[in-house]
Design a protein around this ligand. Structure first.
Ligand code: COA
Length: 612
């Protein structure tokens, strides 16, 4: 993340500074933009700081190098050494085993996606489209977005929750282009229990807002929600990261000059009513959109009076009387055309349409299925994976012969230059020092970092003094790398290609280290410990591990289930599961999305847009 938090922690920025220093290679254009912006807003102090969320105000004027990517690519990309990606015959049996495992987990993945694509099920879709005369949420996205090449986030969220299945957490989120600009969308799916918000739905919306803030992406809300899912109200209402945080974030984002617009395309009851009302501009659809704090049944219960939804809070009322909406649309189609027009007035510059001709990797991406480890013991050299991800399979390695259990270096991903940090064994003392050094290089050069995470499960306890000493040294080096990663003031993308185990996962920019994006391969395993390492049940307060067979079996099964990529994704510990063969495309898309903020002129602003 390019932000001031990290710069401050590195001591490059005074705590009260409003704008971070710009890099040495700043272009003339950028300097002019900065001066203009300063003149415009001289004397103003930044207002809202998201310190407690770790989401401080992003820089007022982003440092950027507007030099042509195309020219840079032409000049340098083809000079990096080519990786040898041949799979040696000694690796064949491991490759075949991994392949079989990948096919099995991908089959499961496809089944889950298929379930999720049907929202609340066929009956609920019929009720939604035939009786309530509304478009299914995925049809709405087709009308809203420029094309279908959007990046859906966490589609498997909400499956197998303690309170049941909530397909896609009842709310689709993702990043797509509108009028050429990458935008975050959050769209309720009213076929899932009337679009009501479950705890996992709140988490999903907050995560989408976090992504919008981190990457400075304007946001569109398609609201069709019965408000809180009442049986779980205590898990939704009072706490800091509960429902109210969505509204708080709306104000903060507006103050940070991250615009948000909304379409009321169904019921907006209770909490749901604040989402469009706090948006900067809102469209409401006649006969479909309603907005109120308490619906007709509650009015009847309280007053005995029947009032129709239209009269209580329909499109005409809110466009002509209350002012809760700014645009009246007579159909869904008209509403999405209107919101696209609104977005075109935001003065947001899309990325330049510069197509960088890039080379494909020399090896087939389908072979990644055999390289995706089913188990830590089945891990093959990570450079085999890199040779199937990088442009032209080219890689400029850093410290190739030192700390070789971590591979670091530079390469291009569909024309974007990135720094790569990839596990290639246990994160030893030397490997961690090398990682710290490399991450700082990337930060210094303003280069995004891609972490390919495959961390080792917990290893055996030390059995000698010298081993204990080695463990302490490794701990110290890993702590240095954690600090370097946490404070690197550049975008970070993490792909868990194998294991995400214990503390090494933090060093490799796991979820708690706030990467801009984090995805898992379907074979990934996420857990503090590996179930396969248990031969006895650990007993609390007793070093002698005992416990009977059935207890051990139960513990292993539980750990096994809780380690799967799908379990993780259902709980939003990641941005979604992606297929290994699509990884290059997804990373390139993320890099493009992240890059959009470089082309914005952002000036300090104290207040959000307040609805009048
Ligand atoms: N909490 C829990 N469940 C709810 C709910 C809520 N707030 N609102 C709706 N549901 C459930 C319904 O019980 C129904 O469940 P079922 O499919 O198992 O029968 C399902 O969601 C769909 O509701 P239904 O009323 O049949 O659909 P609809 O499309 O005709 O209407 C709403 C949807 C949201 C407009 C309507 O259900 C409604 O007004 N709900 C009350 C909203 C409310 O008062 N919220 C206050 C939150 S603080």
């Amino acid at each position: 993340m390019w932000n001031t938090v990290a710069l401050r922690s590195l001591g490059r920025l005074s705590p009260n500074a409003t704008s971070p220093p710009l890099p040495r290679l700043q272009t003339l254009k950028n300097r002019v933009l900065e001066r203009k912006s300063r003149d415009l807003h001289r004397g103003k102090q930044p207002a809202h700081v998201l310190q407690d969320q770790g989401l401080e105000r992003t820089r007022d004027v982003l440092p950027c190098r507007l030099g042509s990517n195309k020219a840079k690519y032409r000049r340098w990309a083809k000079t990096y050494p080519v990786l040898d990606g041949r799979i040696l015959s000694v690796y064949r049996h491991v490759f075949e085993g991994n392949l079989r495992n990948s096919e099995a987990v991908i089959k499961r993945y496809s089944e889950l996606l298929e379930t999720v694509s049907k929202g609340g099920g066929e009956n609920a879709i019929l009720r939604h489209t035939q009786r309530n005369k509304k478009l299914f949420v995925r049809e709405r996205l087709k009308l809203l977005l420029d094309d279908e090449s959007f990046l859906e986030l966490s589609p498997l969220a909400g499956l197998n929750m303690p309170y049941g299945d909530v397909p896609a957490a009842g709310c689709l989120t993702g990043i797509g282009k509108i009028c050429g600009v990458w935008c975050v969308f959050m769209a309720n799916d009213a076929t899932v229990k009337g679009g009501t918000i479950y705890p996992i739905g709140v988490k999903k919306q907050l995560r989408a807002q976090e992504i919008a803030m981190q990457n400075r992406l304007l946001s569109v809300y398609l609201v069709d929600s019965g408000g809180a899912f009442l049986p779980l109200q205590s898990e939704l209402f009072p706490d800091k990261s509960h429902g109210g945080r969505v509204f708080y974030n709306e104000a903060i984002m507006s103050a940070l000059r991250i615009p948000q617009v909304a379409v009321v395309c169904g019921s907006c009851v209770a909490g749901g009513a604040y989402v469009p009302t706090m948006a900067e501009e809102t469209v409401i659809i006649d006969k479909i959109g309603t907005l109120f704090l308490a619906g007709p049944p509650l009015v009847k219960a309280a007053t005995g009076e029947y009032v129709s939804p239209e009269d209580l809070g329909g499109a005409k009322l809110h466009s002509e009387v209350s002012g809760c909406s700014d645009h009246f649309a007579s159909s869904e189609k008209e509403a999405y055309e209107c919101i696209r027009n609104v977005i075109s007035t935001l003065n947001y510059d899309p990325l330049p349409e510069e197509v960088i001709e890039h080379d494909s990797p020399l090896y087939s991406s389908d072979e990644l299925l055999g390289l995706a480890p089913q188990d830590y013991r089945c891990t093959l050299p990570v450079k085999l994976i890199l040779s199937r991800l990088m442009d032209g399979s080219r890689f400029q390695e850093f410290k190739a012969n030192y700390g070789t259990t971590l591979v670091t270096g530079f390469g291009h991903m569909e024309g974007h230059l990135v720094g790569i940090v990839a596990n290639n064994g246990e994160l030893s003392h030397d490997a961690s020092l090398k990682g710290s050094h490399f991450v700082q290089l990337c930060s210094q050069r303003s280069l995004p970092i891609l972490f390919l995470q495959n961390t080792a499960p917990h290893t055996a306890e030390p059995t000698s003094i010298s081993q204990a000493k080695a463990h302490s040294n490794r701990l110290k080096a890993q702590a240095s790398m954690m600090a370097a990663v946490a404070c690197a003031a550049v975008p970070k993308i993490t792909i868990v290609i194998g294991g995400c185990y214990g503390s090494e996962s933090y060093v490799m920019c796991g979820r708690s280290f706030s990467p801009n994006f984090l995805f898992l391969w379907p074979n990934a395993r996420v857990a503090l410990v590996d179930s396969r390492h248990f031969s006895t049940v650990p007993q609390a307060g007793d070093n002698d591990c005992t416990g009977d067979e059935s207890e051990l079996k139960h513990l292993k099964e539980k750990l096994e289930e809780e380690s799967s990529a799908f379990y993780s994704s259902a709980r939003l510990w990641d941005g979604g599961v992606i297929l290994p063969q699509n990884t290059r495309k997804v990373i390139a898309q993320c890099l493009e999305i992240i890059e959009q903020q470089k082309y914005q002129v952002i000036s300090p602003c104290q207040y959000p847009v307040i609805r009048m």
